[in-house]
Design a protein around this ligand. Structure first.
Ligand SMILES: [Cu+2]
Length: 119
């Protein structure tokens, strides 16, 4: 009887541990990185793709890839900032919340988000 109870208890602990691991498993959406600098390394990437900055921060993207990309400000009027290889562009984000952007040439591979917090 006592032995049976202990076995059930162990199974319960194992289940709990499994659920905890599942809750912490990577989902592909990494925690936003606190930086105002986004790199475009080879190839076709924004790095880091998810950043966080205080309200009113100017974010700079630098294209270190061999191809021309751009920054399309999806949630900020849709303007497209051209970004040839070796060049940088900047944009000042205002308004707390998620500001999504992508590269209009490669929207499937290249998306990013700027999480703006109250300053
Ligand atoms: Cu691109």
């Amino acid at each position: 009887m006592r032995r049976h109870f202990r076995a059930a208890h162990v199974i319960g602990l194992a289940l709990g541990a499994t659920l905890a691991l599942a809750a912490c498993a990577p989902t592909g959406d990494a925690e936003p990185v606190a930086t105002a600098e986004v790199n475009l390394p080879q190839s076709y990437r924004f790095e880091p793709a998810s950043i966080t900055v205080p309200d009113g921060t100017t974010v700079t993207w630098t294209n270190n890839d061999n191809f021309t990309h751009n920054v399309r400000l999806i949630d900020d009027g849709g303007d497209v900032l051209d970004l040839p290889p070796g060049e940088s562009v900047s944009f000042t984000f205002t308004g707390a919340g998620e500001h999504r952007y992508d590269c209009s040439f490669h929207p499937t591979d290249m998306t990013g988000v700027v999480v703006v917090t109250d300053s």
